[in-house]
Design a protein around this ligand. Structure first.
Ligand SMILES: Nc1nc2c(ncn2[C@@H]2O[C@H](COP(=O)(O)OP(=O)(O)OP(=O)(O)O)[C@@H](O)[C@H]2O)c(=O)[nH]1
Length: 361
């Protein structure tokens, strides 16, 4: 398992993280409700401000009552979550999803604003809704994450409550969730073990590196959940190996330097692993798109040729039939016109004759 080592010289760290990129590093903060995401963002923001490196902060939680940090973009200024619930007759979670969807349609404007700050902001922080699945498994969450990752160095920060995770089964649930997000987003990932001012995170670090220690923690539990956690722990071994985890206290700020070092390493990972993979996938997508386009064109051409053949005969038949009718109609019309003209002339003749008869008598 990778743990970020705090650098001794803070100035060197700042140069590494903050000067290598012309674009800000985007941190997407995720975590279960109550894990401490908002307090974490608050702590991070105030420390960065104290260093005269104010971050650009975006709140993506439409349902939060108040934001305890200076926020640059707030979803609540764009979407009224309660109004959305009322208008679409939705419950709280549906309201959050729909609000996020509405906000995602304007995300290009957020991107422009973050880009504008590129010269004087090194970190952009995105605080997400407490209902984690609303962001991680929604279309808007995916759109937001993928758009950011395509344009900026982007890192997922997964906040875990160290106090609640002392139970091995809860710890395993949290890790499974982290694993599923990592494999879904495939972005550099940092696990922040929060609240270390209450419970140190050493136990969790040990469980991730030593299966026997985790097994021992579960030994008194013979429930189905415990057995499942035991076998899952073996399965997650590979995941743990590449995972970066840092202890943090969102209340005291302990772990801040270690966290920044982890961000620095994650940005390198973004450049060396994510970007080439992203480009490779984009190339593959473009190739597949071209292939599909040419397949459709060939199919259209083939269908057109086929139709042209059969349509030619029927069209000719149709045309000759139509012209026959037209010719027949015109002849009929001529006949009628001719007859009525003859009648008219006859009548005129009769009128003329009767006039001359009366004049002579
Ligand atoms: N002792 C201690 N308490 C913390 C820490 N971080 C957060 N808390 C407390 O944990 C509770 C939840 O914190 P929040 O920051 O609101 O958590 P959240 O994940 O944003 O919660 P949601 O918005 O519901 O998702 C609050 O009472 C915080 O004061 C920490 O590092 N140490």
């Amino acid at each position: 398992m990778a743990t970020a080592k705090p650098l001794e010289d803070e100035v060197v760290l700042d140069k590494n993280v903050l000067q290598r990129h012309k674009k800000p590093v985007c941190l997407i903060v995720l975590g279960m409700a109550g894990s401490g995401k908002t307090t974490f963002v608050q702590q991070l923001t105030s420390r960065l401000h104290a260093r005269k490196q104010p971050p650009y902060v975006i709140n993506l939680d439409p349902a939060c009552r108040e934001v305890p940090y200076p926020v640059n973009i707030d979803i609540r200024d764009t979407v009224n979550y309660k109004e959305v619930m009322k208008q679409y007759s939705l419950g709280p979670n549906g309201g959050i999803v729909t609000s996020l969807n509405l906000f995602a349609t304007k995300f290009d404007q957020v991107i422009k604003l973050v880009e504008k700050r590129s010269t004087n902001t090194d970190i952009a922080i995105f605080d997400t809704p407490g209902q984690i699945e609303v962001f991680t498994w929604s279309a808007s969450g995916t759109i937001i994450t993928e758009t950011l990752a395509a344009l900026f160095p982007t890192v997922v920060v997964y906040v875990i409550d160290t106090v609640r995770s002392v139970s091995p089964v809860t710890f395993m649930s949290n890790m499974l969730y982290a694993c599923s997000i990592l494999y879904k987003l495939r972005l550099p990932f940092i696990v922040v073990m929060n609240k270390i001012d209450v419970v140190r995170h050493d136990y969790a670090m040990e469980w991730m590196t030593d299966f026997d220690a985790f097994e021992l923690a579960l030994s008194s539990d013979s429930s189905y959940n415990a057995n499942l956690s035991r076998s899952l722990s073996l399965t997650l071994d590979e995941f743990y190996k590449d995972l970066t985890a840092v202890g943090f206290s969102a209340v005291t700020g302990e772990g801040f330097d270690e966290f920044l070092a982890a961000v620095d390493a994650a940005v390198v990972e973004y450049e060396t692993d994510y970007c080439p993979e992203h480009e490779r996938l984009q190339k593959l997508n473009a190739e597949a798109h071209l292939k599909e386009k040419s397949r459709q064109r060939n199919r259209f051409d083939a269908d057109f040729q086929e139709e042209k053949g059969s349509l030619g005969i029927s069209t000719r038949r149709h045309l000759s039939h139509t012209s026959e009718i037209l010719l027949r109609n015109r002849a009929e019309d001529d006949k009628i016109a001719h007859k009525s003209f003859r009648n008219f002339m006859e009548e005129q003749k009769k009128k003329q004759q009767s006039k001359s008869n009366s004049a002579s008598s």
